[in-house]
Design a protein around this ligand. Structure first.
Ligand SMILES: [Zn+2]
Ligand SMILES: [Zn+2]
Length: 95
């Protein structure tokens, strides 16, 4: 049985959400010990190629890209669950 990962933020997990490269890794939009679990639970994940994930300009080394994705993640979450729940779980407003 194939369990396809679902993202609350993008339509497909099969290509990098920045450049379309099909060789992807899963990035948890809100990372760190607790937030990673919350990201998994609410599908706040995006596919990123190696360069856009851990590369020099990748999300883990590029504050602008990190903030861009966190904003997308927060918006997607709040559309479903609202702002108060976002703040209660993630504790920080990125918008
Ligand atoms: Zn990419
Ligand atoms: Zn990551």
């Amino acid at each position: 049985m194939k369990t396809e990962k679902i993202s609350a933020v993008v339509d497909t997990m099969n290509k990098c959400c920045i450049c379309g490269n099909p060789h992807v890794q899963i990035h948890h939009i809100f990372y760190g010990t607790a937030n990673r679990i919350h990201s998994d639970r609410y599908n706040l994940i995006v596919p990123l190629c190696l360069a856009h994930h851990t590369g020099t300009n990748g999300v883990h080394n590029n504050k602008e890209l990190d903030t861009f994705l966190k904003r997308k993640g927060q918006r997607a979450f709040e559309q479903q669950y609202g702002h108060e729940k976002f703040m209660a779980i993630f504790g920080k407003n990125y918008l």
